[in-house]
Every structure is written in C-alpha cells, then in structure tokens.
Design a protein. Structure first.
Length: 204
C-alpha cells in the first residue's frame, strides 16, 4: 500500500507541473494575441484617421497655430473633396511637408481672385465669413481647374501661402478632411460645415 501511495503522490506532482506549464503557455499566447490585435487596430486606425499639428497662422480664425486636429482619411475613399472642406495635403513644392487649407474650387471650376481679394467661382461671388481678411498679396488672377485639380486658400488670406502662389493641388496629394480640433483641451470642437456658402455654384 505504501508503494501505491508514493506512486500516487508522484503522479499528482507531475500533473500539477504539467498544469503550471500549460497556464504559463496560455498566458503567453493571450499576451501575444492582445499585442497582435492592438497592432492591427492601430494600423487600421492609421488608414482611416490621422492627426496633424497646425503650423502657422494661415488658417486663422478657423485653426490656430499649434492646435492638433483629427483628419478623416476614409471620407475621400467614398467621394471627392467638396468646396468648403478644410483639407490636409502634401505641399506641391515639397511633398515631405503637409499643409492645411480650405477647398475653394474643384475640378472644372473657374476661380477668379480680384486685386482686392474677392473670390468668384464660376461667376458666383463667394460670401466667406470664415476668413480673417481677404487681403490678396498675389494680385488678380484667374485659374481654370483641370481634372483632379483643387484650388485651396488659407482663411487668413493676407498671411497664407496657397494656390494663389503655387497653383492647384492634385487629388493624389490630398490626405484627408480636417474635422475635429482635439488639442488643447480648451479648444476642442468640430469644424463648422460651410458647404452651404458654395451651394449657388453649379457643380461641373
């Protein structure tokens, strides 16, 4: 009987050791699964959403220097940018830099900026309450937009490098639509939709 008791105890110890090894393995697998899922969620989020830090005063008063905004990249997978959208895009003269401006003209539009800064799109004079001023430091000019070309301007017209200086932005350089200011906390808000201010323009 004594031999049987010793054998039973040895079997119990072996069983517990095996259970311990199994628990540690499961814990490692669970941690690995969590890491993989977290990485996938992060990568998927980066496909559809991106953050951007505003650099400079060109979009005042809509966006202020050093504010952080969320950029909706998924929106333009479904449709093209619209007049009035605030977009983030690759700067045409240096694609390593990203800029943020407002879309004024879309493919097919004729955009006219007068010497005094009044903007006309396809013969319709824009009312632009979102601007800080309408100073035109570049002089009067007219642009006829081709396919996939977008005319963008800063809301702080007297202090903005935009399409008046370097021409239209190709659609392929557009990253996404700016929709939300999330930092500083005191400035948190969604960007206002000004698309109605362009409703009188006939879409090409």
């Amino acid at each position: 009987m004594a031999r049987e008791s010793v054998a039973s105890r040895d079997e119990a110890y072996n069983y517990q050791d095996e259970q311990g090894e199994g628990w540690a393995g499961r814990l490692l697998l669970d941690a690995l699964e969590v890491a993989i899922i977290t990485t996938l969620i992060f990568l998927i989020a980066r496909v559809f959403v991106q953050n951007y830090q505003v650099d400079g005063p060109s979009m005042t008063p809509t966006l202020l220097n050093n504010q952080y905004i969320l950029v909706n990249k998924a929106d333009y997978y479904l449709h093209t940018p619209s007049r009035g959208d605030v977009i983030v895009f690759k700067y045409p003269d240096d694609p390593s830099r990203d800029f943020v401006k407002r879309v004024i003209g879309i493919p097919g539009d004729t955009v006219v900026v007068s010497a005094s800064g009044v903007v006309t799109v396809d013969g319709v004079t824009l009312k632009e309450p979102y601007t800080n001023d309408q100073v035109n430091i570049y002089g009067a000019e007219t642009w006829k937009l081709g396919g996939g070309e977008y005319f963008v301007m800063g809301d702080n017209r007297g202090d903005s490098s935009d399409s008046r200086a370097w021409g239209p932005v190709p659609q392929s350089d557009i990253i996404g639509k700016a929709e939300f200011v999330y930092w500083p906390v005191t400035d948190i808000h969604a960007l206002h939709d000004w698309s109605r201010n362009f409703s009188g323009i006939t879409t090409p």
